[in-house]
Design a protein around this ligand. Structure first.
Ligand SMILES: O=P(O)(O)OC[C@H]1O[C@H](OP(=O)(O)OP(=O)(O)O)[C@H](O)[C@@H]1O
Ligand SMILES: NC(=O)CC[C@H](N)C(=O)O
Ligand SMILES: [Mg+2]
Length: 504
């Protein structure tokens, strides 16, 4: 997943963008970038690394201007080379820069059309560069020297007609403003808000509400699926629905793992959803094993903490912090390679023996994806002296690839793919493995929430791809392109950025 942000303010936005990206860091750890706009110029700084490593004082000083956009990257297309760090830039029309969260599923077709019909060249393997060029082409086709909000919305309607997949996008047009839009299913999240200052109202658009909270912005609302929000150069906000048949079907995995618990996505609190996941999973445990012999519930930090706490409460069993997390190690699942992920689990988590010795422990994680974490954790629990090790996953089994912005392209790398729950339990070395049911996961997000959801993007759990047009040939192709082995074999030396001047 990536994190995106755009701010239209009344004074320099560089520090605010930096701060927002830091708050969104959990959505991507590979690369970070900011583009600001002052007068008729864009200023760019982007590179591989965490926000705190990419931006030095000298870069911050050069990022001038009262409007800007930022991105933190977790790649789902192309490579992790810094040439594919975002935001991307095109000089025509107007000068446009764009940051994208999600993944396009018809990139090959669009690329061909861009080249043959629109006479545009794409210089990376990033789907986001493709998206930017579609937007630029559609704006160009309107032949307006000064685009009005309606022209911008018209171009976005065309983007929806040409692009398939999941996308939340923030773009900036030199001298004209910032626009944010969300795909017609609202797969990827996006929210916007305002802040009053003496100089006037400032606006911010971001992936998650937590970024707005942290910067003192008041959330106005989520951007609706297919809708676009435009803040013009005078600071006026305009909005329009640009995809007539839109439906609200957000990615349920945001609630399971990606988003921060203190975010509210599409009106549903991620924290409350995770508490409910714990409750519902406890009910399943009680119905399957009413006379269970669990002595203690232990979360696998970080993300599962909220669910595990409520699961223990509901079971009436002690909750203990049996694993301590090294706060300086990032999230392992979003790391690019399996060797790195495996090594990081050991560096990240350490067991407190006394919580395990002679006890029947129930370990709780939010999800099991490749099985990297749970296999090692179960071993650690046994080494620490646990009698029996049970394992509970607050999400159902992840059995199918994701094509909408989560880098899970390879079915064979998913531990649950083609296996029964019992087989997975044996493989990870658990004495009992229990998964959440999909209906209960959805109930956790919707119960007590006023939003009318049309459904959820649950493909990793049920193999149904809501945008259609995902066939086996496509899945085979992304498996070939994006497996860990393919990524490792890819030459990563192509770091030359053909782009705006990018400060070293
Ligand atoms: O089965 P796996 O392939 O190991 O993936 C699942 C694990 O990865 C994630 O943790 P991560 O370390 O990324 O982040 P967290 O600290 O937020 O839990 C997730 O919370 C699970 O613990
Ligand atoms: N995780 C994401 O949202 C990735 C965005 C885009 N597809 C990229 O690879 O850069
Ligand atoms: Mg985890």
């Amino acid at each position: 997943m990536c994190g995106i942000v755009g701010i239209a303010a009344k004074s320099n936005v560089n520090q605010a963008l930096y701060d927002a990206l830091t708050v969104l860091q959990h959505r991507g750890q590979d690369a970070a970038g900011i583009v600001t706009c002052a007068d008729t110029r864009f200023y760019l700084r982007k590179d591989n690394g965490l926000v705190r490593d990419v931006f030095r004082t000298r870069h911050m000083q050069r990022l001038m201007g009262n409007m800007g956009i930022g991105h933190i990257r977790y790649p789902t297309a192309g490579s992790s080379s810094s040439a594919e760090a975002q935001p991307f830039y095109v000089n025509s029309p107007y000068g446009i820069t764009l940051a994208h969260n999600g993944n396009l599923t018809n990139v090959e077709k669009i690329k061909e059309d861009l080249f043959k019909a629109d006479l545009r060249h794409i210089n990376t393997n990033s789907d986001s560069e493709v998206l930017l060029n579609v937007f630029a082409h559609e704006l160009h086709a309107l032949k307006q020297l000064t685009p009005s909000p309606e022209h911008i919305f018209q171009a976005i309607s065309k983007v929806h007609q040409r692009c398939e997949g999941g996308y939340a996008v923030i773009a900036m047009l030199v001298g004209y403003g910032i626009v944010g839009f969300r795909d017609p299913n609202g797969i990827r999240p996006m929210v916007f808000g305002e802040r009053q200052t003496e100089a006037g109202t400032e606006y911010m658009i971001a992936s998650e509400s937590v970024a707005l909270d942290a910067l003192g912005y008041k959330v106005i609302r989520d951007v609706a699926p297919g809708e676009a929000i435009f803040i013009d150069a005078e600071g006026q906000l305009h909005s329009q629905q640009c995809a007539p048949a839109s439906k609200l079907q957000p990615c349920v995995f945001e609630f399971v793992y990606f988003a921060r618990p203190d975010s509210i996505i599409d009106g549903s609190s991620v924290y409350k959803a995770r508490l409910k996941m714990g409750e519902k999973l406890a009910d399943k445990i009680l119905s399957e094993r009413p006379d269970h012999d669990i002595d203690v519930v232990i979360p696998i930090p970080d993300t599962s903490r909220t669910s595990a706490l409520q699961l223990a409460n509901r079971l009436g069993v002690k909750f203990r912090e049996g694993f301590i997390k090294n706060r300086y190690i990032g999230r392992t699942f979003i790391m690019p390679g399996q060797t790195e992920r495996k090594k990081s689990v050991k560096q990240k988590l350490n067991a407190i023996d006394l919580e395990f010795r002679g006890k029947n422990v129930m370990l709780v994680d939010d999800s099991i994806v490749r099985g990297t974490t749970c296999k090692q954790i179960i071993e650690m629990a046994r080494d620490a002296g646990a009698k029996k090790v049970y394992f509970a996953s607050a999400a159902p089994a992840v059995r199918y690839p994701n094509v909408y912005g989560i880098d899970m392209p390879t079915a064979s790398e998913l531990i649950a793919h083609g296996r029964t729950d019992e087989e997975i339990g044996t493989l990870i070395g658990a004495d009992w493995l229990v998964y959440q049911d999909l209906n209960d996961l959805i109930g956790s997000v919707t119960e007590g929430c006023k939003t009318r959801f049309d459904g959820f993007e649950c493909s990793v759990f049920d193999g149904k791809y809501i945008t259609g047009n995902i066939d086996q040939a496509y899945l085979d192709r992304i498996e070939y392109d994006r497996s860990d082995a393919a990524k490792a074999a890819r030459v990563k030396s192509d770091n030359a950025i053909i782009d705006l001047h990018n400060d070293e």
